[in-house]
Design a protein around this ligand. Structure first.
Ligand code: NDP
Length: 400
């Protein structure tokens, strides 16, 4: 079918690359291009004997548009799948525009010096992508990603209007360390130490970090404390889903994680303000990342399950209706299949599916779109096929 260039070779990319290699009919060729080429080469060495997909590798600095353009022009992919960090979104989008190549990512742009998740920077590319006749698919991970597809599916098949959405992200996994993050520590800690927020009646309501706590009994996991966080898909779903009055996002955290985080915050280790240390400038959070366990190393040690999904409340045929769509994923099963834990797995699989939707022309619209703006049905089918089967509950316990 075609060729995909994958930028980044970390936890999420590794899963997406495994999945592309299982799907050689669509992904005839992939190029893994990242900052550290040795990681790309190691993955190629492991996977090439197992797949028909032809794997190439390259070194690239994705902060540099000219370098990206030269690499895209030499490989000529149909789609660029951005699995580097949110800081690189705009340079990669610029390179896609310059080369008229479709673009897919899993996280919205964030400037290095401001921990603020907003779509405004990427939405500003709408007209240019439309004119160039190419697609940018934003947020094709799990959350954002599958949560948007679930919302579009619920809207299409189960409701006339959706008034309330609660997105619940539960990780019941245990890696045995007192403190470690399940994906890039810098991005993860920026996310959880920021103020919380949700959307009510079209307006953002801000909370202190971890101010709102609920307890929920998750299928496959059990009872967990969860906390309201700001999350990027709230912004796009509030615009794209008809009838929304309130939309919130909750994530589970254990007490040990929160106690460590508070302590690190109190001593200044989570700050993104540069400081001088022995004559050179360092960012405390980046230094902290360097001493924490590499999320990629958690795979073999993590046991338990994740349960991520959305509870919808709205109306169908004039009657009130509740509906819960979720996926349960087992850390050890993921590790056995692709050598990664479930957090990378639940993001890497939808990233591959998003690239496949664009590559096969199943999703075809020129411009910049969030995932819920496409037909959810082929994506929902692909989730079942590629390792993230979903479950439905028509009488879920609601979150107050
Ligand atoms: P990792 O830190 O494990 O991997 C990031 C990769 O990007 C690394 O290989 C890194 O290279 C590479 N990279 C970083 N900067 C550059 C650069 N300037 N040029 C080229 N390559 C670069 O992160 P994750 O795999 O955990 O996360 C990847 C993305 O997925 C992030 O954007 C994250 O926010 C997103 N995500 C989305 C989720 C969702 O559900 N939507 C959930 C989890 C993550 P090097 O190896 O040299 O460090």
């Amino acid at each position: 079918m075609g060729k995909c260039m994958i930028i980044g070779c970390g936890g999420v990319a590794s899963v997406a690359i495994h999945k592309c290699c299982q799907n050689s009919e669509v992904f005839e060729g992939i190029m893994i291009a990242s900052r550290t080429k040795s990681k790309c080469d190691a993955l190629k060495e492991k996977l090439q004997p197992t797949t028909k997909t032809v794997i190439e590798t390259a070194q690239v600095n994705a902060d540099n548009v000219d370098e990206l353009v030269a690499l895209i022009n030499s490989y000529k992919p149909d789609v660029v799948l951005n699995l580097a960090l949110p800081y690189q979104d705009l340079t990669i989008m610029d390179a896609c525009l310059a080369t008229k190549t479709h673009y897919v990512d899993t996280a919205n742009y964030e400037p290095l010096d401001t921990a603020k998740f907003e779509y405004k920077w990427q939405w500003a590319y709408r007209e240019r992508f439309e004119k160039a006749g190419i697609t940018a698919l934003l947020g094709s991970g799990f959350d954002p990603g599958v949560t948007g597809v679930f919302s579009a599916y619920a809207m299409k098949h189960e409701f006339d209007e959706i008034n309330y959405i609660d997105i619940l992200d539960c990780n019941g996994g245990d890696h045995g360390y007192p403190f470690a993050t399940n994906f890039n520590p810098e991005i993860n800690i920026r996310e959880v130490s920021a103020k919380g927020s949700y959307i009510e009646d079209g307006k953002w309501v801000e909370t202190e970090p971890m101010e709102i706590k609920r307890v929920y009994n998750f299928k496959g996991v059990g009872e967990k404390d969860m906390y309201l966080l700001h999350h990027e898909e709230l912004e796009s779903l509030a615009l794209n889903i008809k009838g929304i009055k309130r939309i919130r996002f909750f994530m589970t955290f254990g007490q040990s994680y929160l106690t460590h985080l508070k302590c690190l915050e109190n001593v200044g280790m989570t700050s993104i303000e540069p400081i001088m240390y022995e004559g050179r400038e360092i960012v405390p959070l980046q230094f902290l990342k360097a001493v924490l366990p590499d999320p990629a190393s958690l795979g073999p040690r993590t046991v338990g399950k994740t349960n991520i999904g959305c509870i919808f409340r709205g109306k169908k045929d004039g009657k009130d209706k509740n509906y819960y769509l979720y996926n349960i994923c087992d850390h050890q099963e993921c590790y056995r299949e692709v050598g990664s834990q479930a957090i990378s797995y639940t993001t890497g699989v939808p990233a591959m599916i998003g690239a496949m939707m664009i590559m096969t022309g199943t999703w075809k619209k020129a411009g910049v779109y969030n995932i819920e703006e496409f037909d959810p049905d082929p994506f929902m089918e692909a989730l079942n096929k590629w390792g993230l089967p979903w479950e439905e509950d028509f009488d879920p316990t609601l979150v107050d």
